[in-house]
Design a protein. Sequence first.
Length: 437
Amino acid sequence: MNPRNTVTAIITLLALGTGGAAHAHAGLPETSNVTIRRGHPEDFFVGATFGAVISRDSGQTWRWICPDAMGYGGWRPESFLWRETGDIIAATGSSILRSADNGCSWNTHPYFKSTWVTGLAAHPTDDRILYAVTGRPTTPNGVYRSRDGGETWEPTTLLRTGLNLNAVRVSPVDPRRVYASGDAAGQLLLFRSDDAGDTWEEIPHALPELLRPYDLVVTAVDPVQADIVWVRVSAQGYTHLMRSDDGGRTLTQVQQLDDIFTNMELSSDGGTAWVGTLNYFFRGPSSGPLEKRPLPTGNSCALRTGETLYACGSTWLHDWALARSNDQGDTWEPLFTLYGIQGPEHCPVGTPAQKICPGLWPQLADQLGAEVYTDGGVEEPPPPPPQDAGTSDADAGTAPPSKSDGCGAASGNAAPVLLLLSTLTLWRRGRRRSNTR
């Protein structure tokens, strides 16, 4: 049986055994987004379900930044901005997270302590100019602007109570054109500014052709024409990708997706669109329809830089977590696998990543099937702790029975997911050994 088919069968069977769909591959460690440092194509930052992974040498080596050092708690960023100066910035859904030393230390911006930052975007050529939107109920929300790379912020004229915003996008061809999206009093709203956020036009969308639509989110702006903008709308279990050719005033459906949307990207001429979802990857004319592609599968994301396309994927299904394509996604060159991470990122002594991440790495390496690297080569994982005196082999590892509820109780899905992870890790280790013979 083909190894990929074997793994797919394991994932499907265990997902069915838990009574749920195989979305996000049953909670396995995965990548979720990719960012390239502006002006430095050799620097990659990949967000993941277990923190982030960074490469400073065009993808030759990859190192881990643990979530404990990043300090985002339960608000994992959906994307990052990596400024040319080295600052890494993200909207977590709660606050703005920022690192001024390439990921070794992180802090949250105090300006937004009373609200939730739900979206972040940068000027296409001057990354000192940033826009953020907020969406905390019961507090005034709006669009904020920074002119110094996120050091200080100011509200634009779009700021009011009862408004909840979820995303902001800047036109790549006309940076004075800014779009934001959200809702107020049950209305789905798209906002448009033609003067870099000084004034705003509010455009409501009822979308009567959809059944109980909600969550309109501005997703992309055409790289050639500022009036062409894409949004996604949720309705009755589907994601509807919609396009406007008149600056957001009218919307036409491009594609209906029966999966959870991750992100979309456009070709340099705006003619081709790529869309990633939790389980699939689509490509097609930007006016639709889009076609499901064979790769990548699982936690797909897309990023275009010049004429090169980058995509996240699932190491568990097709042996890479990040790859690039120079033919619009027909073929892929793998750049990164989860089991190829070479330990925690090298950081100055005393920084959070240097203090916290090395102690957590052996456990993650074991889950991923990775080697435990040190600067001197490969280090064996530490031996298990010795048993207490007087404890027999039969008693070793036996814990008191857990209660049927409370913190000590495992969820119904935990055992199958752990079994899946250990099975796939052993499969990878065996495959790697056979490949080195």
